[in-house]
Design a protein around this ligand. Sequence first.
Ligand SMILES: Cc1cc2nc3c(=O)[nH]c(=O)nc-3n(C[C@H](O)[C@H](O)[C@H](O)COP(=O)(O)O)c2cc1C
Length: 337
Amino acid sequence: MFNSLKYPIIQAPMAGGVSTVDLALAVSQNGGLGFLAAGYKTPEVIEKEILECNASGLPFGVNLFVPQNDTVDEALYLYKLRLEEDFQIKLTIQEPHDDFWAEKLELVMKYKVPYVSFTFGCPSKEIIEQLKKNSSHVIVTVTNLSEAKIAENNGADAICLQGVEAGGHRATFQNVNEDSHVPLMNLINTIHKEIQIPIIAAGGIINGKDIHLALSAGTEAVQLGTAFLCTEESGANFIYKKALQSDQFSETALTRAFTGRLARGLKNDFMSKYESLAPAIYPAVHTLTQPIRAKALREKNPHAMSLWASTRFKEVKQGTVKDVFEQLIKELNLCQS
Ligand SMILES: Cc1cc2nc3c(=O)[nH]c(=O)nc-3n(C[C@H](O)[C@H](O)[C@H](O)COP(=O)(O)O)c2cc1C
């Protein structure tokens, strides 16, 4: 499934502005596979990005969030009141939203996107079959064996196996699923014996040696997110890039404080203060905290922004995608020689 790529290295889809067309195309130009992130975008915006990638003639993928709407309850109202008081800001609880699921599926079908990946759940057999018939490769992100089996049974071409080290949201099919916090190499060892379809390894892979270890353990490709965050082509904002590279932050943690769904990021004040108060209600908490994060960006305050990153963020490199890619390949070749 990845034979047409020069290197089995996939750039993780990164929603929230990080995954730009430039980033995806630079990765594909260098022999890997670039991904667009459709999550949170309007259909118009992602359509424009797909058209730009299609025009390049390079392989690329589009990632979609499988809709999920946790029920809003009293805990969300209490969280809202507390945040409004602390930040002196008006917040709103929005109506449930499916992130334009049907419209985005229609777009990836219309433009025959070569690779389509999903997170937060597994699409139905019918949807996967339609995409495959339409000549897309279908990838489902999973965090444990039972999710991997569901993806395989529903006909996915491959699974993207996400270890607990991964930056950004846990891809769990259910919002609350704390037993899926397993390190990547342990996950690969358990799952690759049980699953016949190709496995893409993701989570905390930052250098060529990590790539070598994941491929040697039986996976067909690797997916890297944090490794590309500080490249010139990445859309991560200046404060985010600076936070990743300064000594200001010493560790990452998993939190629900920003979105209501567990995600790994640099451990900042917002996470420390609100982790115990944030309810597991996604995407309502995401939209609730949006004005706080936007204000923090305007005020250049990294302590109230979500700074998603893997456990290996201290090893992140700067430069162009070409620089980062060449370094990865050099290290990988050294391990393989
Ligand atoms: C800033 C950021 C945004 C992310 N957004 C998405 C997304 O939109 N869709 C998705 O499937 N995964 C998303 N992820 C998770 C990564 O795809 C995934 O876990 C990755 O392959 C491993 O990331 P790592 O190399 O940072 O550990 C995001 C990760 C980061 C760091």
